[in-house]
Design a protein around this ligand. Structure first.
Ligand code: MG
Length: 399
C-alpha cells in the first residue's frame, strides 16, 4: 500500500466535528480513493476542470462582463469566496479543501446575466417546475457535465453536494432525495457548508461596493452613512492623511472584509464551544447553524445590504441591463420550446432524452439547461443568430 502522507497530515489538523474522508457519506458512484489527494481535493480539482467552471468567467455577477475588465465576474467572485472560506476553515480546523470545493461550485448553476437571468428563466419554467440557480448548480455537478466514462456529472462527495444546495423548498427536497433531506428534517449542513454560505455574503457585500463605486452607480459620500463602511473609513483617515481615492476605497474594503471574517470566526468559535459537538452528526443535529456573525455584525451587514439593494441593485442602469437580459432569455426560451429543431444537436438530443423521461416538462428542462449554461456573450450571439434578419446567411447560423 502507498503511504498516504497527505491524508494523515490533514487529519491531524482537523477538528472532531469537521468533515473528513473518514466520516463522509461518500460518492453516489463508488470510486477508488485518490492516491495522493484527499477526497475533497479530488472534488475541488474536478470542479476546476469542468466546463461549467470555465464559463463562470463570462457570466455576470452584477455587471455584464463586457462592461469593463475590472468588474467581478462569477469566476472572480467564486475565487474570492474560496479565499475567504479557506481562511475561516483553517482557523477553525475545518476541512479547507471541502470549503474550497463548495465555494468554487456554489454558483455553477447561475444563468447568464445574473439575477435577471434567473428571474426570466424561472418565469419561463413556471409551468414546468420552475428554475432555481442553487438547484441548477447541483444539477450541473450531478448530471450536466458529461465527460466521465463511468457516470454523468462529476460524482462529487455527499458533503460537497450538500454544501452546493444552500436553499431548497420542501417540495423540491422530496424530489432531490438524501442530499436535500435536511430541509425536511430541519437539521444543519456541515460547518464547511455553513461557512461558505457566509463567505459568499462577505465577498459580495464588499466587492459590490468596490464595483459599484468604480462604475459610478453608488456615491462615496452616501456610503459614509453606512456604519460598517464609516467605521473603517475613520480608521483609514486617522492613519493616512494624504491618500488617493482608489487606495482609500481599497483600504476601507479590505478592512471591512477583515472585520467581518474576524467576527465570523470569533462568534462561530464561541457557538461551537458552547454547543460542544462531538462529531459531524453533533453539528447536523443542532437546532440552528453554529457558524454565524455576532448580532451586532448581523445588524451592520443588514444596513449595508439594504443600502446596496436600494442604491446599486435597484439602480436604473442595472434595471436597463436586467430588462434586456430578461427579453433575451425569454425570447430564446420561447423560440426553442416552440421548435426544438433550431437547437444545436447536442442540446436537442438532451431535450429528446428528457422528453422520453417526463414529456413536455422534460423538453422545457432541457431548454432551461441549455440556456442556463450559456455565458452572457453566448446568449447575446445566440439571440442575434436567431432573431436578427441581417444574420440570414448560413455561415452566421453555424454555432
Ligand atoms: Mg455567490
Amino acid at each position: 500500500m502507498r503511504p498516504d502522507s497527505n491524508l494523515k497530515n490533514h487529519m491531524r489538523d482537523l477538528a472532531i466535528f469537521a468533515c473528513s474522508d473518514h466520516n463522509t457519506r461518500g460518492r453516489a458512484y463508488p470510486e477508488d480513493r485518490p492516491i495522493y489527494r484527499n477526497q475533497y481535493q479530488r472534488d475541488r480539482d474536478r470542479i476546476i476542470h469542468s466546463a461549467a467552471f470555465r464559463r463562470l468567467e463570462y457570466k455576470t455577477q452584477v455587471f455584464v462582463n463586457h462592461e469593463g475588465d475590472l468588474f467581478r465576474t462569477r469566476l472572480t467572485h467564486s475565487l474570492e469566496v474560496a479565499q475567504i472560506a479557506r481562511s475561516i476553515a483553517r482557523e477553525l480546523k475545518l476541512h479547507e479543501d471541502l470549503a474550497e470545493a463548495i465555494a468554487l461550485s456554489h454558483d455553477l448553476g447561475h444563468t447568464p446575466f445574473g439575477h435577471a437571468g434567473q428571474t426570466a428563466l424561472n418565469q419561463c419554467m413556471k409551468a414546468y417546475g420552475g428554475f432555481e440557480h442553487n438547484q441548477q448548480s447541483l444539477r450541473v455537478v450531478d448530471k450536466l457535465e458529461t465527460k466521465y466514462a463511468d457516470f454523468d456529472g462529476l460524482n462529487l462527495m455527499f458533503e460537497t453536494r450538500e454544501g452546493i444546495l444552500k436553499h431548497c423548498s420542501a417540495k423540491a427536497a422530496r424530489q432531490l432525495g438524501d442530499v436535500a433531506q435536511r430541509f425536511i428534517d430541519n437539521t444543519q449542513p456541515s460547518l464547511e457548508a455553513q461557512l461558505v454560505d457566509l463567505s459568499d455574503e462577505t465577498a459580495y457585500s464588499n466587492h459590490d461596493i468596490d464595483d459599484g463605486l468604480r462604475y459610478g452607480l453608488i456615491d462615496f459620500d452616501d456610503l459614509l452613512g453606512i456604519k460598517l463602511f464609516r467605521n473603517q473609513y475613520d480608521k483609514v483617515v486617522d492613519q493616512y492623511h494624504m491618500i488617493n481615492k482608489r487606495r482609500m476605497i481599497h483600504e476601507i474594503i479590505r478592512r471591512m472584509v477583515n472585520v467581518m471574517v474576524v467576527d465570523l470566526i470569533d462568534t462561530s468559535r464561541a457557538n461551537i464551544t458552547a454547543a460542544n459537538p462531538q462529531s459531524l452528526d453533533g453539528v447536523r443535529n443542532q437546532p440552528k447553524p453554529l457558524m454565524s456573525f455576532s448580532e451586532e455584525m448581523t445588524a451592520l451587514i443588514l444596513e449595508l445590504k439594504q443600502f446596496l439593494r436600494h442604491n446599486l441593485y435597484q439602480h436604473y442602469r442595472v434595471h436597463r441591463m436586467s430588462r434586456k437580459a430578461y427579453d433575451i432569455l425569454t425570447a430564446l426560451f420561447d423560440a426553442f420550446i416552440n421548435d426544438t429543431k433550431i437547437l444545436p444537436p447536442e442540446a436537442r438530443e438532451q431535450c429528446l432524452i428528457l422528453q422520453g423521461e417526463s414529456g413536455d416538462e422534460g423538453v422545457a428542462r432541457g431548454v432551461a439547461d441549455y440556456i442556463a449554461g450559456m455565458t452572457d456573450r453566448y446568449a447575446i450571439v445566440e439571440y442575434e443568430r436567431i432573431f436578427n434578419p441581417r444574420q440570414l446567411s448560413f455561415v452566421n447560423l453555424i454555432p
